[in-house]
Ligand binder design. Sequence first.
Ligand SMILES: Cc1cc2nc3c(=O)[nH]c(=O)nc-3n(C[C@H](O)[C@H](O)[C@H](O)COP(=O)(O)OP(=O)(O)OC[C@H]3O[C@@H](n4cnc5c(N)ncnc54)[C@H](O)[C@@H]3O)c2cc1C
Ligand code: SF4
Length: 508
Amino acid sequence: MSILRVILGDQLTDSISSLNNCDKSEDIILISEVIEEATFIPHHKKKLVFIFSAMRHFALDLKNDGFNVIYNKLNDPDNSGSLTGEISRLIKNQSFEKIVITSPSEFRVLKEIESLGKKINISIEILNDDRYFVEIEDFKQWAFNRKQLRMENFYRDQRRKHSILMNGIDPVGGQWNFDSDNRKPFNSDLKIPTPFTNFPDQITQEVIEMVTTCFPEHFGEIEPFIFAVNRHQALQAFKLFLEERLLYFGDFQDSMVQGEPWMFHSHISFYLNCGLLLPKECVYEVEKLFFDGKAPLNSVEGFIRQILGWREFLRGIYWLKMPEYLENNFFEASRNLPQMYWTGDTKMNCLSQCVTETKKNAYAHHIQRLMVLGNFALISGIDPKQVNHWFYVVYADAYEWVELPNVSGMILFADGGLVSSKPYASTGSYINKMSNYCENCDFKVSIKNGPEACPFNYLYWDFLDRNRLKLSSNFRMSMMYKTYDRMDDSKKQKIRDDTKTFLNSIDN
Ligand SMILES: Cc1cc2nc3c(=O)[nH]c(=O)nc-3n(C[C@H](O)[C@H](O)[C@H](O)COP(=O)(O)OP(=O)(O)OC[C@H]3O[C@@H](n4cnc5c(N)ncnc54)[C@H](O)[C@@H]3O)c2cc1C
Ligand code: SF4
């Protein structure tokens, strides 16, 4: 009897474990677009176009390769609207020996599949997702009995284990981490290359029409749609990064430039997260360029740390701590997300730029997400659930397993320090150092108080003051508390007053 092999929208790779030993003449591959997945979070329109188009292209590639594929489009009249509904619909009419699926990347979907397994008479085999460097069980073992889970320790262990950028037992270059070389402000003599651009083919155009009709209320702009939508194109996009951007990736990893959303980043997260690219191939390719003398170590190490370090570490945290992780709110933050996160309508130039680019591209690079959008949400005390919702909606690479630990762990410190040793909070001076946003802002970054002052400047100190009980014992914060305590009472009062006035104004 044949096997039903189910492939999800973020498993678009022919080496996915659910296709192992597939009998092309017998087995059925099921791929379904479903309204439930498109709307349980109102994803950015560009993300929906990207995923549906990539799914359709992948199904076509499998068919051309001789697989028996059943592809259910979102607007098929019989589409039940849910993933489990589509599986149930198929097994009603056809007998299968078993159902095989690679473990879903998200907790919610895994639970749905497990609960379907209890309701039907066919067994469901859930296989490991072997696209990652670290299996979930191995991460749990690594984490077991450790007092602190720190990315840096995890990353070094993975470098050793997989022998990546190693010189025997030592890291190449004599250092594990070249972060201090990777914080250069942008040098305006350099030309930032244009990003990989793929024009929509007929399949993508059909999807654009469907998304425009079915999801008019969703956030974001579809056009211009330039993403790769199949593996061949995603490999081209990655190659372009290696040729044109990797050289400066490290140097300008933390810098932000007005009107330059793409900088020297790789723009591959959406491809990695849906399976068009594989993390291992990207890491090994970049490592090879270093050993061939074709790429500098600070760029290569920086890139590899993001994937082998942060990406794998945060996935491990997610699976270690779900579902409780969803509820974390260490600072008991409760402010509503201001409307400007959706409209970009604010006099704060940095925020306005980052939101506007996000709306247009479904992309913002890491330091925009961390030090502008995230920093503001942290120091103004926005409810973590609302911040998570926003980050999940707006980015083409957003999947809960990677979005949630970045938001609740890295930016909001909502997990009380599981992911970060201290909150990534800062005044406007960091944004000013790493960007040219402040040159075009109505607020003055050099002014600390009053209506002209950069809001980050007083919000930062008010955040420390409000959360003293929870933070002052953190030795990495002690210097900042000493600085705050040296301020006279009238200065502290100004900080409180400015914060109140400003937050009231954005609430309204
Ligand atoms: C608040 C916040 C939310 C985020 N949400 C997501 C998300 O939903 N999905 C997502 O893939 N990334 C997320 N990130 C991480 C990071 O910002 C994006 O992966 C990155 O901006 C994608 O752009 P890029 O491909 O050009 O990355 P590059 O800067 O070129 O980095 C290369 C790759 O490293 C990986 N990477 C880098 N940083 C991280 C990180 N912190 N966590 C996990 N992987 C990382 C990505 O796969 C990325 O493609 C978030 C970061 C923050 C601060
Ligand atoms: S002055 Fe403040 S609000 Fe304006 S761009 Fe600079 S950091 Fe942002």
